[in-house]
Ligand binder design. Structure first.
Ligand SMILES: C[S@@+](CC[C@H](N)C(=O)[O-])C[C@H]1O[C@@H](n2cnc3c(N)ncnc32)[C@H](O)[C@@H]1O
Length: 278
């Protein structure tokens, strides 16, 4: 799928009208976009640069762009709640998802994180996405295929429980593990068994009891570094002269992120040193 350059047939194009309403079309030879504001022929769009404007038969202007990944994630059909872009951005950088990395994620859910990971590791890497529910896996596969135009060769979506995964079926330990599921603390030993020493493990949990269980579980196993936890808050701003101020509404809470790294086998984690109180 082309990510830039002039429009081709097969591209998914977002049309935005003067009221900032979005419409999505997939360009087909001879295809037409119909709305109460008139008709636009797909053939008129092909060959134009992104950011161009087309006028409908009734004289309304529409701005044209390809869908960015973030547009796709926020508009795609879903079976399970997706990881929002503000959090997947944290996972990519803090989780150190590098080009060529072998990453395991569970559950695949709607495939939002899968496509972010797939684009980051690239064809030299590999993403294994486990999902226990076949209806959710179907969403993930459809959404990923829709975004990439086909199923990436460096992706293995599998129907199954993380509890049953073996290093052998992964072809060796993985570099990174990312969990987004209800009870990740049940799988910490599995993470230990499949993660390479030095590998990064991150998990995404919505509630404080989940956060506490994962943090305590990681400490108890004594094969990970002292975990850290945080959440990211993003507040948009309206910038219009004297009315400049933060937006009234925001997604104040999505989830907490927990991060740790696998120690080498047989190593005892150094105890975190706290400053003595005076
Ligand atoms: C919130 S969704 C994941 C959303 C996904 N990260 C995304 O961005 O689209 C959680 C998923 O974990 C799956 N799940 C729960 N326990 C699991 C397990 N033990 N192994 C594999 N998948 C599991 C659930 O069926 C559900 O689809």
């Amino acid at each position: 799928m082309p990510y830039s350059g002039p429009f081709h047939y097969g591209d998914r194009v977002q049309l935005t009208d003067a009221k900032r309403r979005h419409y999505t079309v997939i360009l087909e030879e001879g295809g037409e976009f119909h709305s109460h504001k008139g008709i636009i022929r797909h053939d008129e769009i092909v060959g134009l640069d992104e950011g161009s404007v087309v006028r409908s038969t009734l004289g309304s202007d529409f701005l044209l762009f390809r869908h960015l990944m973030v547009d796709h994630v926020l508009s795609m059909p879903r079976g399970a709640a997706v990881i929002y872009p503000k959090d997947s951005a944290q996972i990519l950088v803090e989780g150190d998802i590098f080009m060529g990395a072998r990453v395991l994620e569970a559950g695949a859910g709607s495939g939002a994180l899968s496509m972010t990971l797939l684009r980051a590791v690239g064809p030299q890497g590999h993403v294994f996405s486990y999902e226990v529910r076949d209806d959710h896996l179907e969403y993930a596969v459809d959404n990923v295929k829709e975004y990439f135009g086909e199923q990436p060769e460096w992706w293995t979506p599998r129907l199954g429980d993380l509890a049953d995964v073996t290093v052998e079926e992964l072809g060796g330990p993985v570099d990174r593990v990312i969990l987004d599921m209800l009870e990740p603390w049940e799988h910490l030993e599995k993470v230990r068994d499949i993660l390479i020493p030095g590998g990064v493990f991150m998990t995404y949990v919505a509630t404080v009891p989940q956060l506490m269980k994962v943090m305590e579980g990681i400490r108890e196993l004594k094969c990970f570094t002292e975990p850290k936890a945080w959440e990211s808050l993003v507040r948009e701003w309206k910038v219009e002269g004297l009315a400049t101020r933060p937006e009234h509404r925001m997604n104040a809470h999505t989830a907490f992120l927990i991060w740790t790294r696998r120690l080498a086998d047989g190593v005892t984690p150094p105890r975190p040193q706290r400053r003595a109180r005076k």
